[in-house]
Write a protein that binds this ligand. Structure first.
Ligand SMILES: NC(=O)c1ccc[n+]([C@@H]2O[C@H](COP(=O)([O-])OP(=O)(O)OC[C@H]3O[C@@H](n4cnc5c(N)ncnc54)[C@H](OP(=O)(O)O)[C@@H]3O)[C@@H](O)[C@H]2O)c1
Length: 307
């Protein structure tokens, strides 16, 4: 196993979940140096170089990212500095010291026009500045040519952080009716599922990331739904757990969650209608598959008390 891991963005959903997963993993005997934005600002590329040179990790895991999808349309330079140039600098510095890099990307690298689930070989065609900046980050890492793994995930949420689950629970407590987009399909993916999968991948690698193992993988919870289906599931599962946990009741019932179209909910950034990602390659190469999205949702709801 790795001795020293540099983990970025520890206050983000995936960064936080990874930090927690490493701290609970009895088989991991190394050190995780987790840095937040104040300790490592990815817009400061000299700071990135200094951090890697000083800390000398043997693996860098980079879940930090500019994730404000709609704001990115107006903050092109900032999105690219964090999502494209920072991963490139991390990769260059990692290559110099013989370290590997694990990086995260997104379903938004695809257009969503395909009818079935996307495989890693499918053509990328991001619709938004965010998606383009994430794809530029992927490409930059591949050009550096160091041992790396890039995991494309989708619709990330969890008990910790700001996300769709938290927004729906807040709105469902305040309002009698919700209107949620039903014509975008994908896999809600919990931050905990992602972190557990990454630890499983690392254990399969048995302590090293050889250059031959480098690649880009889809990594999402199993199954699919729409944002509307996800919202209904959140309200249904919350209601089932509510009394036992002593949580406040919700105003909204599943029947009062109305399905609307993307056209009825315009946003600055266009989003893929089909975000489904095929994870066959992850299962084939690492024997890792993520739980069904609804089971992962129940686990995150049960973790709400601790967050
Ligand atoms: N969220 C999604 O639905 C989603 C979907 C597909 C793929 N992804 C990808 O999955 C990965 C993890 O996403 P996530 O959901 O964990 O994102 P997140 O919760 O938004 O966290 C992103 C983290 O990046 C940090 N960050 C932002 N700007 C930074 C900077 N200049 N320097 C250092 N850190 C900075 C943030 O710091 P602060 O805490 O200080 O703000 C935050 O901790 C990302 O690569 C993302 O692109 C996410």
């Amino acid at each position: 196993m790795y001795k020293k891991i540099l983990l970025t963005g520890i206050n983000g959903q995936v960064g936080h979940a990874l930090k927690q997963a490493f701290s609970k993993e009895a088989l991991f005997s190394g050190v995780v140096i987790g840095l937040d934005r104040a300790q490592l600002d990815l817009t400061n590329h000299d700071q990135i170089r200094d951090a890697v040179r000083t800390l000398q990790p043997d693996l860098i895991i980079n879940p930090a990212a500019y994730t404000a999808v709609d704001k990115a349309e107006a903050e092109h330079e900032l999105a690219y500095a964090i999502n494209a140039t920072a991963p490139q600098v991390l990769a260059e510095e990692a290559a110099k010291i013989g370290a590997g890099l694990i990086h995260f990307s997104t379903d938004y690298v695809y257009s969503g026009a395909k009818s079935g689930a996307y495989t890693e070989e499918d053509e990328t065609e991001p619709l938004s500045v965010y998606g383009k900046s994430k794809l530029a980050g992927e490409d930059a890492i591949r050009v550096v040519g160091l041992p790396h793994l890039i995991f494309r995930t989708s619709w990330v949420y969890g008990a910790y952080g700001r996300n769709f689950l938290k927004t729906i629970l807040r709105l469902a407590a305040e309002r009698d009716e919700l209107r949620i987009v039903a014509d975008q399909i994908g896999a809600p993916t919990s931050s905990k599922s992602i972190a557990e999968a990454i630890l499983s991948v690392l254990s399969r690698l048995n302590g090293g990331l050889p250059i031959e193992a480098s690649g880009t993988y889809h990594l999402v919870n199993a199954g699919k739904t729409s944002w509307h289906g996800f919202a209904i599931a959140i309200v249904e599962e919350y209601a089932r757990l509510q009394v036992a946990h002593g949580w406040h009741p919700l105003k909204v019932t599943p029947a009062n969650i109305r399905a609307i179209t993307t056209q009825e909910y315009p946003t600055p950034a266009a989003r893929p209608a089909n975000s489904c990602l095929d994870c066959t390659q992850l299962a084939r190469d690492f024997s890792v598959s993520l739980p069904d999205w609804r089971n992962a949702l129940i686990a995150e709801l049960q973790a709400l008390d601790a967050n």
